[in-house]
Design a protein around this ligand. Structure first.
Ligand code: C5P
Length: 358
């Protein structure tokens, strides 16, 4: 038997970056949002005397060894479980391979979900995966998974939450936010490669030029995380407040109930959420700034709810209230020869409902 799992893409609805840290990472404050776009991951696993992994893909650009995030995740999870198994993973790439959409990170979580489903099928007392509803993961099990995910990559843990997610620290510290109402999303995937490490290095140079100290950066990100929390959640979820540590998240919390009434529109967040990577990536790749303008339809600025680079790019996106507006954006991109994908934002409940539903 095998298990097929949908591995959804993400965008960043805003991304503030801090000064470089001694550990080689950068503190961040971001809001991740999952999309309907997905890759399909098929996992086949059975207990065996020794662990043996095999990874295949329909896309020759996907590494099929220990460099692959899905491979790393499965290896770490088996170690954590103290289990050995023969595992075959197939990655059916449907998402654009473009950076900024978290595709590899999502593949890792989908592989974990598939592995757990497979092991559970053979052993109902499997220690990691004893709950029926994925969305109802207990706090302990979830934190164990979050830890494994954070070891694989900074933007892997968000895919264990799904929907609208606040990301702090190096991006791996994640908190569910009330979902934004689903909106149309156009993802542009230009033929431009952006190196994330290079973008961070360029950011470091900018920090030096602008004199962004680590104190100023902590204050900036604290303020930003408070602003995200109040714009998206009307306050910060009480149950998560303590774990937020010194990030500056306000002590007075709202609650997490229900999708937020048109947060994107109501709060006018588009006027202030920024992706700091644009400041270093756009000067290097002016064509990406132009694509953002096309997505936003700058001659009629009210059309897009928001348009931005996603992560360090080169994927960009625009959000729209109507399908017509989104299709018009695809058409504008088509006329300048830029590939686009029409999709919708995916709330948390649908994210989990659709993950294994086929
Ligand atoms: O965690 P991940 O493997 O995605 O990080 C890849 C690289 O990106 C890191 O080695 C680091 O150089 C950079 N990075 C960073 N700050 C972050 C996340 C990643 O500097 N918050």
């Amino acid at each position: 038997m095998s298990t097929r799992v949908r591995s959804h893409a993400k965008i960043n609805l805003g991304l503030g970056i801090g000064a470089p840290r001694a550990d080689g990472f950068h503190a961040l404050a971001t809001v991740y949002q999952t999309l309907e776009l997905f890759d399909l991951i098929t996992v086949t696993a059975r207990p065996a005397a020794e662990t043996a992994l095999r990874l295949t893909s329909n896309d020759s650009q996907v590494p099929t060894d220990g460099r692959n995030t899905a491979w790393k995740m499965v290896e770490l999870a088996l170690k954590t479980l103290g289990q050995t198994a023969e595992v075959a993973i197939h990655i059916d790439k449907r998402l654009p391979v473009q950076g900024g959409l978290g595709a590899g990170s999502a593949n890792a979580v989908a592989a974990l979900v598939g592995l757990e489903a497979e092991l559970r099928a053979g052993d109902s007392a499997s220690p990691l995966f004893e709950q029926k509803a994925l969305e109802g993961w207990g706090t302990h099990k979830l934190s164990q998974r979050l830890e494994i995910a954070a070891q694989v990559g900074s933007d892997v843990p968000l895919f264990l939450i799904g929907g609208t997610v606040l990301g702090l620290d190096r991006g791996q510290e994640v908190y569910p936010l009330p979902d934004i109402e689903p909106v149309w999303c156009v993802v542009a995937t230009p033929d431009v490669g952006v190196s994330t490490p290079q973008a961070f290095r360029d950011w470091d140079s900018l920090c030096v030029t602008e004199g962004l100290t680590s104190e100023a950066s902590t204050a900036k990100l604290g303020e930003l995380s408070r602003a995200y929390a109040s714009a998206f959640a009307g306050g910060f979820p009480r149950g998560y407040r303590q774990e937020a540590g010194s990030s500056g998240v306000p002590a007075e919390g709202g609650d997490l109930a229900g999708p937020q009434e048109s947060a994107l529109v109501r709060t006018g967040i588009s006027s202030w959420i920024q992706n700091d990577f644009e400041r270093v990536v756009f000067p290097q790749h002016p064509s990406l700034a132009e694509i953002k303008r096309i997505l936003a339809a700058s001659e009629t600025p009210e059309v897009a709810l928001h348009a931005s680079l996603s992560g360090s790019g080169s994927a960009l996106y625009g959000l729209y209230l109507t399908r017509e507006d989104a299709e018009a954006a695809c058409e504008r991109l088509r006329t300048v020869g830029v590939k686009s994908h029409l999709t919708r934002t995916l709330p948390r409940s649908a994210y989990w409902r659709e993950m294994l539903s086929h």
